[in-house]
Design a binder for this molecule. Structure first.
Ligand SMILES: [Zn+2]
Length: 233
C-alpha cells in the first residue's frame, strides 16, 4: 500500500458512518466489510480501505485459488504492468518474481523463449495495434507447461477494434475477445464474476440513472482467462 493509499484507508471507518444504509460487501484483498465506493457510473466499485476495484478483486480471487495452498513456489513468474495488490501477493508466494512495464506500441517482450512458468498481464492488450503479436510473444516466453493469465475488461458482447489511432483503446474487448488467445493456447479457461460469492461485488455495476428507459442498473460479468500452453497441464 502506498503512503497516499494508507492515508486514504484511514477514512474507511468514516465511510461506514457516512453511508449507514448503503449495501455492504467484503473485500477479498484487505478483508474490509462495509459499503464500497462508486466510481463515477460504476456502482459499488471501489473498496474504501485498500482502494482496489471490482476487476482487481476478481483477479485476486482467481489467482488465490491457484496458488494459495503453496508456499515459496519455485517457478518463474512475469508480471506485466504490476498491479499493487497482486504484486505483493506474487512476491509473497514466488521465489522468482520479475516485473515488466506494459507495452503500448512495441509488443516485443525482451526475454528468451521458454523462460517463464507463468505470465500475468492485465488489460495491456487494449493499446497495441498488433495485439495478436503481443499474445504470441507471451506464448513464446512460456515454458511447455506454462500458463498465461491475460484478463481484459468486458465492455460489450462483441469486440470493437479501432485502428485510427484516435481512440483511447485500440481494442474495446468484448466477451468474444478471448477467442484470440485460442490460436496460441489449446486450452483457455474463463473464470467469471458469477462463479464467486456475491458479497465480494465482482461485477461492473453500471448506473442507469441517466437513462430514462432503464428500469434497473445493469450488472455485467467480468472474466479472468487462464491460458494453458499444453492441454496436459
Ligand atoms: Zn480492500
Amino acid at each position: 500500500m502506498s503512503v497516499k493509499q494508507q492515508i486514504k484507508s484511514l477514512r474507511a471507518p468514516f465511510y461506514k458512518i457516512l453511508y449507514p444504509n448503503k449495501q455492504k460487501f467484503t473485500c477479498p484483498i484487505c478483508l474490509y466489510t462495509g459499503p464500497f465506493k462508486d466510481k463515477k457510473r460504476r456502482l459499488n466499485a471501489k473498496c474504501p480501505k485498500c482502494g482496489e476495484n471490482e476487476r482487481a478483486r476478481l483477479q485476486y480471487i482467481v489467482i488465490k485459488q491457484f496458488f494459495d495452498s503453496y508456499e515459496n513456489i519455485d517457478a518463474q513468474i512475469l508480471h506485466i504492468a504490476r498491479e499493487r495488490a497482486l504484486q505483493k501477493y506474487f512476491q509473497s508466494k514466488f521465489k522468482n518474481y520479475t516485473s515488466a512495464d506494459k507495452f503500448r506500441t512495441n509488443v516485443d517482450i525482451p526475454f528468451p523463449d521458454a523462460s517463464f512458468d507463468i505470465v500475468f498481464a492485465s488489460h495491456i492488450l487494449l493499446y497495441p495495434f498488433d495485439d495478436i503479436k503481443a499474445i504470441s510473444e507471451m506464448r513464446r516466453i512460456l515454458k511447455p507447461n506454462g500458463i498465461a493469465i491475460i484478463p481484459m475488461p468486458v465492455f460489450a458482447e462483441k469486440t470493437v477494434d479501432d485502428y485510427s489511432g484516435n481512440a483511447r483503446w485500440t481494442h474495446m474487448s468484448g466477451l468474444d475477445y478471448y477467442n484470440r488467445y485460442r490460436q496460441f493456447f489449446p486450452k483457455v479457461d474463463l473464470y467469471s464474476s458469477k462463479m464467486f460469492p456475491e458479497h465480494y461485488q465482482l461485477y461492473i455495476w453500471d448506473s442507469q440513472k441517466d437513462n430514462p428507459l432503464a428500469v434497473d442498473d445493469v450488472r455485467r460479468e467480468e472474466l479472468v482467462p487462464v491460458c494453458y500452453v499444453s492441454t496436459e497441464s
